[in-house]
Structures are given as C-alpha cells and as structure tokens.
Design a protein around this ligand. Structure first.
Ligand code: ZN
Length: 259
C-alpha cells in the first residue's frame, strides 16, 4: 500500500515561550497531532518555522501529499518565496489542511484570495459543531453534532470565498455562529479549513478532532500531481474555418517566461 505522505507544519512559538501552553503540548501542537492521527496508511513528518527554510525545503514540498498548517503569532515571518512554492504545489495537487488561527496565514489568504477576517473572543466557552454534510468523507464517523468543552470563539462574518463547501457550522455558548469546517478546490489541490485548535486548550487530543483531521487527510490526498500550464494544443477534429491572417499567440509558462 502506498502511504499518504503527511507534513504537519507548526509555527511552534507558543509552546516554546509559554509554560502553560508547553504543559498542554510538551511535544508541540504538531507532536500531539502526529501522535493522534498516526495510522498504517500515513507517513508523517513535522516541520516548524524556525528550522532552515521553515522545514519546507524543495525536497519536503515535493514529497508531501498533504500539508497541515498551524500558525498564529508569526504569520509575517513566513517567507513569501516558500509560501509561493507551497501555493504552486497545492495547484498541482497537494492537499492542504489549515487549522484554527491559520485562517490568517499567508498560504490560506493565497488559496482563498480573501482577507479571511473573522470575530474572536477568548473566554473558553463551549462550542457545538453541527455536522451539516453527513455524507462527506471528512465527516465520516462523526454524529449529528459534537461539542468542545472550552474553545476560543471564532464568529461570523468569516471572509472566505463563496465556493467554500460548508461541512460544519458551529454555535458558541456566547451566541455567535461560525462556518467551522469548509472545503475548497484550487487547481488540482483540495483544501480544508478546520476552526478548532486554540493553543491554550487540549483540543488536539479530542477524538472527534483527530478523526476529522485524519478523514481530511485521506480526502485531500492527491489523485495525481500535474503542473498547471497553458498548453498550445492541436485540434482533435479538422478545422475548415482557418483564419489566414497573422497569429499573435505565444507560449506562456507558469514561471512567467515565454520560451
Ligand atoms: Zn486561537
């Protein structure tokens, strides 16, 4: 069986700078997710912001089927050239799962083309996630709804594209609602945004959360990788109405060159 190659990318700053967060995630949020989703069909590696090239070398990107992204306080430190490479790979087929505060990451803004703004409140209130797509592969094994006892509130309006498919709608104890699980397709790549995961609560140990992330990995795994090009293509059928005048078409490549 060919394993799905998963890279879990984590900013890994809160866990190294804040003792109470380190106590919840002694091996980092990435470590907790890696342990929680471990399975026979997954080959999991982790990468963090402060590694050379943020742990996302060309080799790692080329050998990742599904990339998971958790970031919060250092979105601005992520190099634009690396974001561009990740974005290109998503368009070519790599799956992308963006978690929680990753809504403001450069890569999520790039794939959505939106501001990704939302409302928030850190009171540790109860969140109830309604599963409104029970036939979708990502919600497999999840009932009509489930609850997170303490979570940061993320509220509407969430500025995301209108072609987002909504899988989960959340209700927060304080009254707000939020599209907490949405999918997108960009190029040949599949994208899933999943809201739970504030760093001061043990959310990445909860079984439903791990189940959904695991389901999302299998859903987002690429069917194939293919470069996004704009090829000049021969006709399949005979063309009788050929225009004999001048032609101005040029070959345009994804890197911006015309050769
Ligand atoms: Zn948060």
């Amino acid at each position: 069986m060919k394993k799905i190659r998963v890279t879990i990318w984590n900013e890994f700053r809160h866990e190294t700078k804040n003792e109470s967060i380190a106590a919840i995630y002694p091996e980092g949020i990435h470590g907790a997710i890696a342990k929680g989703i471990a399975a026979e069909d997954l080959e999991i590696r982790c990468a963090t912001l402060d590694e050379p090239e943020h742990g996302l070398t060309d080799d790692v990107i080329a050998n990742t089927d599904v990339l998971i992204w958790w970031g919060h306080c250092a979105h601005g430190e992520v190099r634009d050239d690396i974001v561009a490479k990740v974005h290109k790979r998503v368009l070519e087929g790599m799956g992308l799962i963006v978690l929680h505060s990753g809504h403001f990451s450069k890569i999520f803004k790039a794939v959505t083309g939106c501001s990704c703004s939302l409302k928030w409140r850190e009171e540790g209130e109860r969140e109830r996630l309604w599963n409104i797509a029970p036939a979708h592969p990502i919600t497999r094994g999840i009932g009509e709804y489930f609850e997170i006892p303490h979570e940061e509130m993320y509220g509407e309006r969430f500025d995301i594209p209108k072609d987002s498919e909504i899988l989960f709608i959340s209700h927060f104890e304080g009254g707000n609602v939020f599209r907490s699980g949405v999918t997108l397709e960009r190029g040949y790549g599949k994208v899933f945004y999943f809201q739970p995961g504030h760093e001061t609560y043990p959310i990445y140990y909860q079984k439903e959360i791990l189940q959904i992330i695991g389901n999302a990995i299998r859903w987002a795994a690429p069917v194939f990788f293919r470069e996004m090009t704009a090829p000049n293509t021969p006709a399949i059928d005979e063309i009788k109405s050929v225009y004999e005048g001048p032609k101005a078409g040029i070959v345009q490549n994804v890197d911006g060159s015309n050769k």
